[in-house]
Structures are given as structure tokens and as C-alpha cells.
Design a protein around this ligand. Structure first.
Ligand SMILES: Cc1cc2nc3c(=O)[nH]c(=O)nc-3n(C[C@H](O)[C@H](O)[C@H](O)COP(=O)(O)OP(=O)(O)OC[C@H]3O[C@@H](n4cnc5c(N)ncnc54)[C@H](O)[C@@H]3O)c2cc1C
Length: 407
């Protein structure tokens, strides 16, 4: 593979930069805490951040830069994965505004395109792309995370509506979302992977109670969501009744690709921190710096591989598990490194710490990447089975009715 950009890609980068220089300036972040929604600890700052993300998405839409890989019929640019990566690299220099739309544009959108009806696509895709509607993911439950087939939130049909009862958990951004993608159990007599139905739910429907969960960073970016007699119109089902597993797999595969392919902080920032703290003179830390650089380079090339496959029409497969796993190892190694480079200063926090405590947040945030989007262990299982063709795990409850599985 030729890693140099083609003349067309060089031109695309210049075009992206020209647009960003002309339009992105008003949105440049004004405080470090604003940059990463996952790390925002103040409710008002977060509300400002969400609004700024929506405003910026709308500007991108107006100028034809929203949804670079999305088909033109849905308001996208119809571009390639490489163009998308180029634009995101340039955009990251101006504003970090993609987190708010990760579930919508990165997961719900592709799932709707693959499994939605024409009416659903017409209703939801353009408002999503214009940043008018923010989405969250209501999949995990207290007893169903890695094993989503164990989910128990029930949906019972009542004429043209379904009545939903149950509890979801770890739902990122649910407290500021307009819509949710929701998995429910609709058939207790089917096996665990069969009786699941996939819904789109308006987060303002009566009976939805969103309660934020505070994390180790001090931020509360995810929530518990309680659903009590929530009524959802039948037309909001994605795919078929009891057959939500297929669209769910589309969502999860896109989620892994999204997490694995996200633009990482530039290594020059890490190198700069090393110089400022004098860590570049420490033989031990130099080894860790080299490891960090190597991992980020491997991630870049794995990204090329995934995008090349996508450009040839191959859906993201087990490569996304490999990337997701490496990203989590990278975040974890880098989180430890940025703290170690500060020596005793690593024990400080907030305004007392170097760069306002930004690196401490990076250290504390490293665990989220090991769990969110599927844990490291689950990615290893997938790689073992799908890439290395190792024998699958025993699954004793796979072919029995859900109601007969011991709980
Ligand atoms: C930052 C973040 C954001 C998230 N956002 C969302 C969201 O928006 N929406 C949503 O629905 N969910 C979200 N989640 C939830 C996430 O998908 C789950 O936490 C994850 O799938 C793990 O499920 P669990 O927490 O129930 O852990 P469990 O599945 O109970 O796992 C516990 C431990 O057992 C291990 N384990 C489980 N099964 C196996 C196995 N078969 N083999 C080996 N080891 C195993 C796991 O690796 C883990 O170490 C988020 C999580 C995080 C951390």
C-alpha cells in the first residue's frame, strides 16, 4: 500500500483546511475543561459544550462537510474513509466536537441506513446530520453488558404502541439527548438472542427518568435510565419484531470502528510534555515514550487498513476489535506515562496541577476505554474466535427459551 497521499487527497486536505480556517475560528475552545465532554465536571459548561457542538455541526452541514462518508441522498458528501480521516485530522486542530454525535452519526445513522424503512430514514437522518437531534444508546443493563443477550427490559404490544418497562445503565449523554436507540425483550419463549426488538425512542416520552452517574474523573457523562410504562409507536421499530440482534450487531460493529478510529491526541503533545518535565532525559521514561509513539504509529497504519477495506466495500469486521483493543492499551499506557512524567507533581489535581490537571484526567479516564464499547476481554474473545479460529467459548444458554435461563 502507498502511504503517501494522492494529489486528490492533498487537494482535499487543503480544501478542508480552507473551510476550517474560514468557519471554525469562532468555536475554538476557551477552556481546557471544555475540550472533552467526558471530562467536563460542571453542568453549565457541559450545556454550553453541547450547544457549541450542535452549532458547529449545523455549519458543517450548510457547507457540505457534515457526514463525509454518508451518501449524498441522506445529506452527506458521498466521500471516502480516507477523506473522512483527513478532515477529522484537520478539524481536531480547531475544535473537538464529535463526542456529542458519536451515537447518532457513528452508530444510529449507519444502523438506520442498513435496516431502517424509507420513512425512518427520511425522518431521522438529516436532522441527525444537521446536529438538530442528539442521540444516546440504551443497550446495557445492570445484568446485561458484555452479554447483551441477557437484557430484560420488556416491551409489550398494545395496539399501535409498545409499553416498555425496565432499567438501562452507563448511557453516555442520555441527559442531553433527544433520541435513544433502545433494545428490549419482546419474546420470553425465544432463545436469548432471538426475542429482542430494537426501537427508536424519544427521550422526552413520559416515564423516562434519567439519573446521572458520577465517575472517578468527577464528570457525570453517563447515566442510569429508568423506563416505566414508556409508550413507543410501532413505527419506531428498526428491522423486525424479535429480530433486533441483526441491527444491534451493525450498531456495535460501528461503535468499535468509531472508538478504534477516533483521532488521538498528537504525539507532539506528549513529546512536548516530556521536554517540559525533563522526562526526555530519563532512560526509563524514554522507553515508555518510544512505546507510546510506536503504538500510535501502529494505530495509524491499522486505521489505513480498515479504511482501505471499507473503501473496497468490506464491512468493518474483527479488525475493529483489534483496533479497539489496541486503542485501550494505548490509552492505558499513555495515561500512566503522562502521570509518571510529572513525578511527585502527578499527585496534584485541578488548578494546582500542571496544565490545570488535564493529564491527571487522562490518567483517570483510561479505564473507560477498557470497558466502553466492549471490554478488553470481550475483544480478545472475538479476536480468538474470528481471527485466530480458536474454539468458541461454551455457551450453555444459547438455545433455550429466555424464560428458562436461570437468573
Ligand atoms: C465510558 C463508558 C461509556 C459507556 N456508554 C454506554 C452507552 O452509551 N450505552 C450503553 O448501553 N452502554 C454503555 N457503556 C456500557 C458498556 O457497554 C458496558 O460497561 C460493557 O459492555 C461491559 O459490560 P458490564 O459493565 O455489564 O460488565 P460485565 O459484562 O458484567 O463484565 C464484568 C467483567 O467480566 C468480564 N467478562 C464478561 N464476560 C466475559 C467473557 N465472556 N469472557 C471473559 N471475560 C468476561 C468483562 O471483561 C469485565 O471485566 C459504557 C461504558 C463505559 C465505561
Amino acid at each position: 500500500m502507498d502511504f503517501d497521499e494522492s494529489p486528490a487527497e492533498v487537494a482535499f486536505r487543503a480544501e478542508s483546511l480552507a473551510f476550517l480556517e474560514a468557519q471554525a475560528k469562532p468555536f475554538v475552545v476557551d477552556a481546557l475543561g471544555d475540550e472533552r465532554s467526558i471530562f467536563i465536571t460542571d453542568h453549565d459548561v457541559e450545556s454550553r459544550y453541547v450547544k457549541r457542538c450542535c452549532d458547529w455541526q449545523s455549519v458543517k452541514y450548510d457547507y457540505g462537510w457534515a457526514g463525509i462518508t454518508w451518501p449524498k441522498e441522506y445529506g452527506g458528501r458521498g466521500g471516502t474513509g480516507f477523506q473522512d480521516a483527513i478532515f477529522r485530522q484537520e478539524e481536531a486542530k480547531f475544535i473537538n466536537a464529535s463526542g456529542v454525535f458519536a451515537v447518532g452519526l457513528g452508530m444510529a445513522g449507519p444502523t438506520l441506513m442498513a435496516h431502517g424503512t424509507d420513512a425512518q430514514k427520511d425522518r431521522f437522518l438529516k436532522p441527525m446530520l444537521r446536529g438538530e437531534e442528539v442521540w444516546c444508546q440504551l443497550f446495557s443493563e445492570p445484568n446485561a453488558g458484555s452479554d447483551l443477550g441477557g437484557l430484560a427490559t420488556s416491551a409489550v404490544r398494545d395496539g399501535d404502541e409498545w409499553i416498555v418497562n425496565g432499567q438501562k445503565v452507563w448511557n453516555s449523554g442520555a441527559h442531553y439527548s433527544d433520541w435513544g436507540i433502545l433494545l428490549t425483550r419482546t419474546n420470553l419463549d425465544a432463545s436469548k438472542h432471538r426475542g429482542i426488538t430494537y426501537f427508536l425512542v424519544d427521550m422526552r416520552t413520559p416515564g423516562i427518568d434519567v439519573r446521572p452517574l458520577r465517575q472517578i474523573t468527577g464528570a457525570a457523562h453517563f447515566n442510569e435510565v429508568f423506563l416505566t410504562d414508556v409508550r413507543i409507536p410501532h413505527e419506531n421499530i428498526i428491522g423486525q419484531i424479535d429480530a433486533g440482534w441483526g441491527p444491534m450487531m451493525t450498531t456495535l460493529s460501528n461503535e468499535r470502528t468509531l472508538i478504534g478510529g477516533a483521532t488521538r491526541g498528537d504525539f507532539t503533545e506528549i513529546a512536548d510534555l516530556a521536554r517540559r518535565t525533563g522526562s526526555h532525559r530519563s532512560p526509563a521514561l524514554r522507553q515508555d515514550l518510544a512505546r507510546s509513539y510506536t503504538r500510535s504509529a501502529i494505530l495509524k497504519f491499522l486505521g489505513y487498513r480498515v479504511r482501505t477495506a471499507t473503501a473496497r466495500g468490506v464491512a468493518p469486521g474483527p479488525e475493529s476489535s483489534i483496533m479497539k483493543l489496541l486503542v485501550s492499551e494505548h490509552m492505558s499506557g499513555q495515561g500512566d506515562l503522562v502521570l509518571a512524567m510529572q513525578g511527585a507533581g502527578g499527585m496534584l489535581a485541578g488548578a494546582d496541577a500542571l496544565d490545570g490537571g488535564r493529564w491527571q484526567m487522562e490518567f483517570l479516564g483510561q479505564w473507560s476505554s477498557k470497558i466502553g464499547g466492549g471490554t478488553d476481554e470481550i475483544q480478545r474473545n472475538t479476536i480468538g474466535e474470528k481471527v485466530l479460529a480458536l474454539p468458541p467459548e461454551p455457551r450453555v444458554d444459547k438455545n433455550i427459551p429466555f424464560r428458562d435461563i436461570p437468573k
